[in-house]
Structures are given as structure tokens and as C-alpha cells.
Design a protein around this ligand. Sequence first.
Ligand code: ATP
Ligand code: ZN
Ligand code: MG
Length: 302
Amino acid sequence: MDIQTSFLDRLFESGLLIDTGVDGLYGRSAQFEDVIAAFERLIDRFGGADGAEVIRFPSGMNRAFFETSGYMKSFPQLAGTVHSFCGNELDHMSLLKCMEVGEDWTKDQEATDIVLTPAACYPLYPTVAKRGPLPESGALFDLQSYCFRHESSKDPARQQLFRMREYVCMGTAKHVTDFRQSWMSRGVEMMTAVGLEITIDVANDPFFGRAGKMLANNQRDQKLKFELLIPITSSAKPTACMSFNYHQDAFGAKWGLNLEDGSVAHTACVGFGLERIALALLHHHGLNTVAWPESVRKALWG
Ligand code: ATP
Ligand code: ZN
Ligand code: MG
């Protein structure tokens, strides 16, 4: 049995995560949720004075927006779409027959207007674009959503439905890169406060295919993505628990996000992987949160 499996097994045995029979799809216990809630309050303490507009989208987004986003160009392997039965009574009979004999009953399901949200910030850009030009001083948003990624794994830190808390900043290049820089410092400070050792490194997204390699190299060369890494299931390959992304004016141009002076807005987002942070804490300090070091408990629960 490898190390990853045993950490997952211990999480199941302790009841912190609940097996559903699908890798990467888990229930969460009250104790697990309490860690996430406490960490989110810590995020609020660091980011709360910035005056971000709080928006909560559900874990599904408008399929038309998803199509415009270009997600299927870059990450088709991760996307999840919502399909439904749209037939008549006759179709229903053949559907049930199909299920009865164990054939594929899903092939006649039809796409709905909804796809699963791949990252908390995806529904935001078209929403803000609809409002008209952004003030010269920029705009800041506080988001949190369950996100779906089709990346089944025995690693409890790689789930298929997990929560991402994000701050998204829009404005001039300087404004949004300053925002990103300040959250890198805050990230280090927060993780230190909860007793976790971290590193920050330049990173790239898992762009699909051969053309994707070039996109990934470009992203790294231009230092468009950084990750805050914490060892969870491997110390050789620590896990990304936060990411700091600078989109330049790519999203601004795509969605028509303009500043009042007519220039295209630059954007950046900072994402917290809430399950990963909870798992890092549980892995490092033990599965019983009551027994965590006093300083860590104080930082989280006051
Ligand atoms: P990784 O490099 O591990 O695949 P990522 O770089 O694709 O992660 P982002 O797209 O930057 O992740 O998402 C923001 C944050 O969401 C990550 O820093 C991470 O903490 C969290 N996250 C991403 N994918 C998962 C997942 N499958 N399960 C749990 N958390 C995740
Ligand atoms: Zn984002
Ligand atoms: Mg990554």
C-alpha cells in the first residue's frame, strides 16, 4: 500500500472524509468542515479590510460563458458538463430498458445550459463585463465555490469536487500585480501562523496536448502563475494549496472588461484550495484537531 492510500484510509477511518465509492468524491465530517470554516475566517481577517465585493456563485455556470472562456481549448480533459433526459414517454421506456439490461443509458442524455464550474472565478468575468467600464481604481471580488475537475485520484488532495476560495482583482497591470504580490506575502504569513512549512514556486497549468506544452512553457517563462506548496502526501512533490495567477489583459480582452479610460483591464486571481489546506493541517498536526498545538488552535479558533 502506498503512502497516499494510507493517508486516505486514515481519513476514512477517522470519519473526516466519507467514502462515496468514487475516487475524489467525498463527504466531509463536522470536524473537517470546522477546519475549513476556521481557515476561511483567517482568510477574512487577512483580506477583509480590502473591501472586496463578496459574490457566491453555485457550482454550475452558464454553458455559453464556459464556451466563450476557451476552457475546452486548454483543459478539455478536466471539464464536466451537465446533461439531462429530455425525451418523451417512448424515450423514457427505452431509457429504462437500457438501464435494466445494463447498457449505456447515458448516451441519449442531452446537454443542458449548465456546466460544472472549473474554477471559482470563471463566472465572474462575464458578470462584471455586463456592468460596464471599471473604475480607474480597479475592482476586487471575494468568491468561493465548489469546483469540478475530472481528475480522479487516490490522493485525497486531488479531488473531483472541492472548494476554491478566490480573490479576483481587475485594474491596471501595476494594480493587479501588486495585489498578487501582497497575497503571496499574506499566504506565507497565514501558513506560518498555522504551523505549516511552505515553499513558493513558479508553476504552469496542465494545458492539454502538444500545443499545450508551449502554453505551459510560456506561462512559466513569464512567471504568470505561482503556487504555494505544502507537503501533504509527498515531501518530494509538495501540493499546491494556493495559486497566484496573473492573466495579463487576456481575460480583459476576451470579456470586454475595460477601465474608464478605455484601456483593457488586466486581471489576477489568488486561489485557496480549502480541502488541501485542511488536509495539510490534518496531515501535519494530526487527525484530532483538539490535540493540535495551542498556537495553531489560537490562530484558527481564537
Ligand atoms: P495542481 O497543480 O495540483 O493540479 P492547479 O494548479 O491546477 O493544481 P489551480 O487551477 O491553480 O490548481 O486551482 C487553485 C487551487 O485549487 C489550487 O492551488 C489548489 O489548492 C486547489 N485545487 C486544484 N485542483 C484541486 C483538486 N483536484 N483537488 C483539490 N484542490 C484542488
Ligand atoms: Zn481564478
Ligand atoms: Mg498546478
